[in-house]
Design a protein around this ligand. Structure first.
Ligand code: NDP
Ligand code: MG
Length: 339
């Protein structure tokens, strides 16, 4: 009995510690956002993900690349030798905190000479999509939300009502106009991305601005006043002339290109598969079989040309939610077929 009790206590203690640890982290981050002095203090012991004009710093260790977290004191030293008068730790934006409650920030060093900092930090500032490809196709918070936040601050320097400069709070969770008190919070646009299917085929589309050969699910920005389902119905009708029958939510992703979007991914079905493509928006849209989609999923980004000079169809890489929507459909089809 005693043995069972202590096992139960141990189990409870472990679950409480895990839960309380997440709660502690969430509340610590909330405090950092709300309280300038707490955040100022945290900057000294925080860790920093560094960017140069929105390109993240990546470092190579043996054969792998990673985005290094630079400590506050190390960063101060770099700023000291490369341009202390141009930037300070307070120009950073808060990203969150580690499990051990070390605050994590992002700082864009775009006003400093790139090659000098790269040398100091033993890394390279790399265009974000190339950086993601190098760090094993992972797009984590250091890249996604950091880029969106830094970009938002850069483009919200002035109040749209008074025309006067806005000031960021220490954490960067908002900007304030001191003339009229207006508060600006970082914004993102909701976007639906829908994989439409009809019986045993799914619809993938290619836009003029996509890389050659890349086909993906249909996407579109939500308009004010619309529900998620209404946006899906409208976008599918606008882009390919189909009437959506059913919609099922699948997942979501923060997407930092070109600005900051919340991608809401859904599976949808239609009863009638006759396409009427809106060529102003979509260059091509086609129904694909399970075999064709399975093959496209296995293709590497930018596959080599076929003997006739064309590129085989490929789909977005794993860091895009489109990839997971397509993979989900493939798995469901295979389950239906019993394969
Ligand atoms: N993560 C993923 O897996 C994927 C992400 N996406 C992303 O989804 C997003 C939307 O897809 P897309 O097909 O282009 O969308 P839409 O079909 O809605 O067309 C884009 C056009 O909508 C207009 N628009 C309306 N509202 C906005 C807004 N808030 N921000 C920017 N443009 C707006 C713009 O037109 P105008 O410039 O004429 O004003 C823009 O060119 C893209 O940013 C794309 O990167 C797409 C596919 C996969
Ligand atoms: Mg679209």
């Amino acid at each position: 009995m005693q043995k069972m009790l202590s096992a139960a206590v141990r189990h409870t203690a472990r679950s409480v510690r895990t839960c309380s640890s997440y709660v502690n982290q969430a509340r610590y981050v909330f405090d950092l956002k709300e309280n300038d002095d707490t955040c100022r203090q945290a900057l000294k012991s925080g860790s920093f993900y560094l960017f140069h004009n929105l390109s993240p710093l990546i470092r190579k260790s043996e054969n792998t690349f990673y985005t290094p977290a630079v400590s506050g004191p190390d960063l101060l030293q770099v700023l000291g030798s490369c341009g202390k008068d141009k930037l300070s730790l307070e120009d950073s934006v808060l990203l969150g905190c580690s499990e051990s409650c070390v605050a994590e920030f992002a700082l864009d060093l775009g006003s400093l000479e790139k090659s000098a900092i790269e040398q100091e930090l033993s890394g390279k500032f790399t265009e974000i999509r190339n950086a993601i490809a190098k760090i094993n196709g992972k797009m984590d918070a250091e890249n996604a939300s950091a880029r969106s936040l830094l970009q938002w601050h850069d483009s919200h320097q002035y109040c749209s009502k008074s025309g006067k400069p806005t000031t960021k709070n220490v954490s960067g969770s908002k900007r304030v106009c001191h003339v009229n008190g207006l508060i600006y919070y970082p914004q993102m646009s909701p976007v639906v991305i829908t994989l439409v299917s009809c019986k045993n085929r799914c619809l993938l589309a290619h836009q003029e601005n996509f890389p050659a050969g890349m086909y993906t699910a249909l996407a579109g920005y939500c308009e004010i006043g619309e529900t998620l389902e209404e946006t899906i119905r409208r976008e599918i009708a606008e882009e390919v002339g189909l009437v959506v029958d059913t919609v099922r939510y699948s997942g979501s992703q923060h997407w930092p290109f070109p600005g900051s979007s919340l991608m809401l991914a859904c599976q949808a079905t239609v009863k009638d598969d006759k396409l009427d493509i809106n060529r102003a928006e979509i260059e091509d849209a086609r129904w694909f079989t399970l075999e064709e989609v399975t093959e496209a999923l296995q293709m590497k980004t930018l596959p080599s040309k076929l003997p006739d000079g064309t590129l085989p169809v490929w789909v977005p890489p794993k860091f895009a939610i489109a990839h997971h929507l397509i993979q989900e459909w493939v798995q469901e089809q295979k389950a239906l077929n019993g394969s």
